[in-house]
Structures are given as C-alpha cells and as structure tokens.
Design a protein around this ligand. Structure first.
Ligand code: ADP
Ligand code: ASP
Ligand code: MG
Length: 457
C-alpha cells in the first residue's frame, strides 16, 4: 500500500478536489490510503474564530463561522449537486458547524481557551474536509471510506503539540485501515488530528498532516509516502522568496529534514523520522501538475556541497555571559534546563569561553526564561532576528563553498554562525528583515538564477 497525502491547497476547492480524485484513481492498484488537510486557510480561520471569541468579539467570530459554513457548502454544491449524497454531507457538516458555533459562544462567555478546547476547534478543518472528500470520491466512482483519525492516531495529551504513540498507531492501523485496503477500498482520513487514550481530540502541531502520513506509512510499512502540494517538489529555496528556485529531483533524508526545520515548510520536520527509520521512500509532488518528476527523498541522493537554502524568522537570540561559570562542569546543562522547564526548544547554539548564544523560535515563554537565566549570568535578548540555513551533505568537505557563502553575504551583518555537527547545515543568524535578501544572494551564488528579482518581495 501507499500513503497519499494532499495538503490544504491541493483540496482548496472543488476543482482541486477533483484533481486529487484523478490522482487517487491512477493509484488504485497500489492500495492508496489518503490523508487530507483542511481546505486552504481553514485551520487559520478556526483558530482565528477561537481568538476572537476569547477576546469577547462574539459577533464577528460567529460571522466567521457562518462564512466557513458557506464556503464548505458551496464546495458540496459544486462537487455533489443536490442529490442524496449532498444532503448527507450537509447534515454531517451542519452538526460540526453547530458544535463550532456553540463552542465559540462558550469561549466568548469564558473569555479563555484551554489548549484542549483549541484542539477540538482546530481539528474540525480536517474532519470536515475528509467528510466532504469521501463523498466526492464516491460520486466519482472511487470506493472511498471515511476513517476517523481519532480511532487511529493515538497521542499523549500535550494538546496542540501532541506526541503520537507509535505502538498504538501500528495496532490501530492494522485493525482500522488495512482491512479496507485489502478489500479494495480507499480509506480517507483527516491528517493533523489524533486522540488520547480516553478519546479526547488532539492535534500534532501546525503542518501536522505530513506527520499523519508518515506515521501511517511507518505503521503499515507502506511502499511509499506521497506528499502532494502546490509546488513541483522540494526546491532549491522557497519559491515565494527566490523566484529562480529549482526542483531537486533527489534529496537525502538528512538534508530534507534540516531544510524542513529551517523553514522549508513544504514538509513537516518530524515527517521524515518515522519513514527514514524504515527506509520508506517519500515523494513530494505537485497536485496541479501530476505528471511532474517531483522529489524523491532517499538515502542515496547525490552528494552536493549545497543542495538548498532555507530561511525563517523571526527568531530570538538569547545571550548569556558569565566569566566565572561558563567552563564549570554542568553550567551548560543548567542553562538548557531553564529552556526545558519552560518547554521551549533551542534551535541553534554557539559558545565561546565566556558566553553562550542560543536561538529560539517560540517566544511566548521568553520573559520567564530570561528571568531564570539572570540568576546564572548577564543575559541579553535580541528578538528581531532570523535564520538562514545552507544545507548540503557535502558542505563540510568543501572549503570553497563556505567561503562563497560568506562572500555572498558581504554587507549583511552576521549575528551568529554555526555548522551542525553532521556538517550538512551552515546556519547563519541575521536581522529578521535580512533573511529574504540573504537567501536570494546565497541562491544566486550557488545556483545562479538570472530571473531572481531584487531584494524587494
Ligand atoms: P501544503 O498545504 O500542501 O501542506 P505547505 O504550504 O505546507 O503546503 O507547503 C508548501 C509550500 O512550502 C510551498 O508553497 C512553498 O512556498 C513552501 N516552501 C518553502 N521552502 C520550500 C522549498 N525548499 N521547496 C518547496 N517549497 C517550499
Ligand atoms: N491543517 C493543518 C495546518 O494548517 C495541518 C496541515 O495542513 O498539515 O496546520
Ligand atoms: Mg504543509
């Protein structure tokens, strides 16, 4: 069997959903299990509704619920017309939208949302899109069957960033999904969503549908995992930043994983892990151009000094100076424990004899972290920073490449620099507004793209 995952833009409207149906039809002989995201921007809209409700803006929040309802019903109309199937889907969606409206009112009264209630709301996008897509597939003659991801993707109760429980997922996959595949049916599940042992709805973090695809692929030993999105595959940079970005036809697992964690959101970072361990190939394809070569993520891709450039921001740099203690055994551990206590992960680290610099993307606990660190030394925080990553498995063996990277950045102030222990990622911290220009210059230096525009967009 294979896992076929369609991202938000790939199921963004009726026409896009029809394209995915044709892609699935072309794979029926391979036993596809389909994972779908919420329709484009729906997760953002749902979280926005919760935010408005909590802020006491009940009326606009309820209007946004109505707008989402209208959007989904318009797609049902386009895909299914007015028959019995359409009535069934509308009835099911109505139940969900009524629940969403009630939750919105409840949050407005409480003026507060727990991560658990936010997950109940955020999960609705995938639960709705999958319901709609199953009906559309059936109408188009594909033997699709809806599977509730909460019966399969067992997680812990870290709401909004739930940790999947692999063993339980493997068992559930065998029981809830494989019988359908064996019988020639096409299971369709919403991604991103799971549930605790008690059946409480969770989500696995933004972009988590890729994760669902990888978890299922690993649990059921899929022959391949296909991530269908709105670009031709993994490119040498984010095409929204670098207009001359090019397709990478084969990329190594470790490179793809580094790129994902440093801003190439085409793939969720954790996606790679469960699949890598089992050597399952992961492909990235464009659902608008299904005939394209796409990208194969594999162990044996060519070794290149630079495979791609990524970037992200804003990021905060935290600097701790302590002339007395830095070299004392256990001092770094004490610093990291502060971050751990505040459940904030550290991204890039560099140390010198008297100071350590660390970057974090997640800023909500930053003030509390700084307060704790102050007991250990002098602390300074720079919030308006961004990260640029130059990724290539052959990077550390190519002294010329490093020199070219720094040369390309002439005139841009480098705030911090770090080469990963694996030697495949040279990470450079710059001002947040310099990330895009730095990416374009680096891309020019390594991939020379004549179409690249100035530093503006
Ligand atoms: P989906 O909705 O299919 O999950 P995402 O928006 O999560 O899609 O990811 C696709 C987007 O990732 C692309 O539109 C592209 O702008 C962005 N992206 C960032 N870096 C890269 C890269 N190196 N290669 C391809 N896409 C990239
Ligand atoms: N819909 C979720 C999000 O927007 C998950 C996903 O699309 O991967 O984050
Ligand atoms: Mg995504």
């Amino acid at each position: 069997m294979i896992v076929t995952k369609f991202g938000g833009t790939s199921v963004g409207d009726a026409a896009a959903i029809r394209r995915t149906a044709e892609i699935v039809r072309g794979r029926l002989d391979r036993g596809p299990v389909v994972v779908v995201s919420a329709m484009t921007k729906v997760t953002d809209a749902l979280l926005g509704i919760a935010e408005q409700a909590v802020a006491g803006k009940e009326l606009p929040a309820l209007q946004a619920v109505s707008a989402l309802r209208a959007r989904h019903f318009a797609e049902v109309d386009d895909l299914l017309g007015t028959g019995a199937a359409a009535t069934d889907v509308c009835a099911d969606l109505s139940v969900m939208f009524d629940e969403l409206a009630s939750l919105t009112e409840a949050l407005a009264v409480l003026g507060h949302a727990t991560p658990r209630s936010l997950d109940t709301i955020a999960a609705m996008g995938e639960l709705m899109s999958s319901r709609l897509i199953v009906a559309a597939y059936e109408q188009m003659g594909i033997p699709a069957v809806l599977v509730d991801p909460r019966r399969v993707i067992r997680t812990d109760d870290t709401f909004m960033h739930a940790e999947p429980q692999r063993d339980a997922i493997a068992i559930a996959g065998r029981e809830e999904i494989m019988p359908h595949v064996r019988a020639g049916r096409v299971p369709v599940l919403g991604g991103f969503v799971g549930a605790t042992r008690e059946g409480i709805t969770t989500t696995m973090g933004r972009g988590g549908s890729d994760y669902t695809a990888a978890l299922l692929g690993a649990a059921m030993r899929a022959d391949a995992i296909e991530i269908w999105t709105d670009v031709d595959g993994m490119l040498t940079a984010d095409p929204r930043v670098v207009s001359g970005a090019r397709l990478i036809e084969r990329i190594r697992f470790d490179e793809a994983s580094e790129l994902a964690s440093f801003g190439a959101k085409v793939l969720h970072p954790s996606t790679i892990a469960p699949a890598v361990r089992l050597g399952i190939p992961v492909f990235v394809y464009n659902s608008r151009r299904p005939g394209g070569a796409g990208t194969l993520i594999t162990f044996d891709a060519p070794l290149r000094p630079v495979t791609a450039i990524a970037g992200k921001g804003p990021t905060a740099v935290v600097k701790v100076r302590s002339s007395r203690m830095l070299l004392a055994p256990g001092f770094l551990r004490t610093i990291f424990e502060v971050f751990e206590r505040h459940r904030t992960s550290v991204d890039v680290v560099s140390t010198s004899e008297v100071s350590v610099s660390l970057t974090v993307d997640q800023m909500d606990r930053l003030d509390a972290i700084v307060a704790d660190l102050t007991t250990l030394g002098d602390v300074a925080v720079e919030r308006e920073r961004g990260v640029v990553a130059i990724v290539g498995a052959g990077l550390s063996d190519d002294a010329g490449a490093m020199a070219r990277a720094l040369e390309a950045l002439r005139g841009i102030k480098v705030q911090m620099l770090s080469l990963s222990a694996t030697g495949i990622n040279l990470t450079i911290i710059v001002g947040a507004d310099e990330v895009a220009p730095a990416m374009r210059r680096l891309h020019d230096a390594f991939f020379g793209s004549p179409e690249t525009t100035g530093d503006g967009g």
